[in-house]
Design a protein around this ligand. Structure first.
Ligand SMILES: [Zn+2]
Length: 415
């Protein structure tokens, strides 16, 4: 392996490119609004002859208008009076990758005295054996419940129907999705007063306004970095800066700051920062590396999303596989591994051992990563968890990683 001596120069060039890149505007949050029923399925039919599907659609259309005005992107599951199956509504929502899902309905009850607004959500504490929920919806119970509560509260105060509370439910569209989901039962078409009010356009507008306010209270239209889960987080500013530079990303509008960062996620960020393909060209003097036979690791098939990055990192000598022919892409990366990789990527793979003082009680000179850890500390790029400890074997959270890389990019910035 030829020694890489591109270190700081390369880093400076990379940093300049990154800083010069245009700022990405924050993506607006997407909300899926689902008008219940439609086409051959009228839903409930009111005591006044009102069809639920039409009430639902009118409120959904009004809700869309309000949300767009607030700055959301809105996807309607149906844009006309057509029949769409529940499964298709969920599939369409999965494709839109929204931040949340709201289904709009009107209610019916055999007892004509029953009236008021209620909001349904899936609750893992009230499972129904014959109607199992997706893993995502099970995990999202607290989020769906918070959304349901905010929407109900605002809807009741705007439109003035009686408050019939939150209802844990296994309705298909709110138990099979991937994002916080609720089903709004605006009022009862089987109740004379409710049905009369649902027939009134100004009341339907009020209902839409209440739902929109609830959504906005749950999720601002453009949260920091486009992530819904970093407002007020200690690493929020660093995450937003790295997002603007295209160095980090999340899924479904979330960054998951307190999740451990995996080896694959870390290498992907490092690839964006240090541009492995360019490093390979520097190393080989051509693009001849394409003819090099790829290393085979049993947990890194060609179909893995990080396959290319791993192959490049292996060829560059940044990482090696484990003895059992694995590279463990989904394993949490440790602080020692991050330090070692960072040094290899900036100062080359052929560094001398560290012989000076071992300041961290948990990183003796004999520690395999003592060199990178102490050199990076000396450069002020990677601090201990305390003055005396580094916690080399501890995994790094996605927030900690963002703060470290943010500091690194700032240090490389030409003065
Ligand atoms: Zn309905």
């Amino acid at each position: 392996m030829r020694r890489m001596r591109t270190g700081l120069c390369k880093l400076l060039v990379t940093a300049v490119v990154l800083i010069a890149a245009p700022m990405q505007a924050f993506a607006a949050q997407t909300v899926v609004v689902d008008a219940g029923h439609g086409g051959s399925d009228p839903g409930a039919i009111g005591v006044n002859g009102l069809y639920e599907k039409n009430v639902n659609y009118d409120i959904a259309a009004k809700l869309r208008q309000l949300l767009v005005k607030l700055g959301y992107d809105v996807v309607l599951t149906r844009d006309s009076d057509e029949y769409i199956s529940l499964a298709d509504r969920v599939d369409l929502t999965a494709k839109a990758k929204p931040a949340l899902f709201v289904s709009v309905h009107a209610n019916s009850h055999p007892n004509a005295n029953v009236d008021g607004s209620l909001v349904l959500y899936y609750d893992k504490d009230y499972p129904q054996d014959s109607y199992p929920a997706s893993d995502a919806m099970t995990a999202l119970t607290p989020e769906s419940k918070r959304l349901a509560s905010l929407v109900l509260q605002n809807m009741v105060s705007e439109a003035g129907f009686s408050d019939k509370g939150l209802v844990p439910s296994a309705a298909y569209v709110i138990r099979m999705g991937q994002v916080p989901s609720i089903l709004v039962e605006t009022a009862f078409l089987s109740n004379k007063n409710d049905a009369a009010r649902l027939a009134d356009e100004t009341v339907r507008q009020k209902l839409a306004e209440g739902i929109a306010k609830g959504i906005a209270a749950y999720l601002p239209p453009s949260p920091p970095g486009g992530f819904t889960d970093i407002s007020g987080h200690w690493a929020s500013d660093a995450i937003v800066r790295l997002k603007e530079k295209g160095l980090v990303e999340g899924g479904w509008g979330r960054y998951l700051p307190d999740n451990p960062m995996t080896r694959a996620e870390w290498l992907t960020i490092a690839d964006r920062l240090f541009q492995f393909d360019k490093a390979l060209r520097l190393q080989t003097g051509s693009s001849a590396q394409t003819s090099v036979t790829a290393q085979v690791y049993k947990d890194m098939p060609k179909t893995h999303w990080a396959y290319e990055t791993f192959q490049e990192a292996i060829r560059l000598g940044y990482i090696t596989g484990y003895e059992d022919s694995t590279v463990r892409p989904d394993q949490a990366v440790t602080r020692a591994e991050v330090a070692a990789l960072l040094e290899r990527m900036t100062d080359g793979t052929n560094q001398a051992p560290w012989t000076k003082a071992a300041d961290f009680t948990d990183v003796p000179l004999t520690h395999w990563a003592s060199g990178p850890i102490y050199r990076l500390k000396q450069k002020g790029l990677f601090n201990g968890v305390t003055d005396k400890t580094f916690a080399p074997a501890r995994s790094m959270t996605r927030a900690e990683m963002a703060v470290m890389i943010d500091r690194y990019v700032a240090a490389a910035k030409p003065k």
